[in-house]
Ligand binder design. Sequence first.
Ligand SMILES: [Zn+2]
Length: 99
Amino acid sequence: MRLLAKARLKAFGVLIGVGVAAFSVISIATLPTAAVVGVAITAVAVVVSKIGAPFDKAVCHSCGDSLAGERAGAYGVICPGCGALSEVSPMVLERTRQA
Ligand SMILES: [Zn+2]
């Protein structure tokens, strides 16, 4: 499974899991709904941000290999490992080269 598809599936799982957990806590406990929903939204935001963190670097969206030092074409960067075309921002590529 492609790296991007895995990240999307993880984010969807977290969204569903936290939603079910929040609904359960609201149903069972006598906690205020607004507080539970606020904590749930914060938790989802933090976890989804962590899941998407690898895509801030120049990595292949298919296999996860680093694309540092690769040249970008008009449609993205071709991974030398798997041959997949990943759309990586030129700014991210430049930042990766400087690091
Ligand atoms: Zn690759």
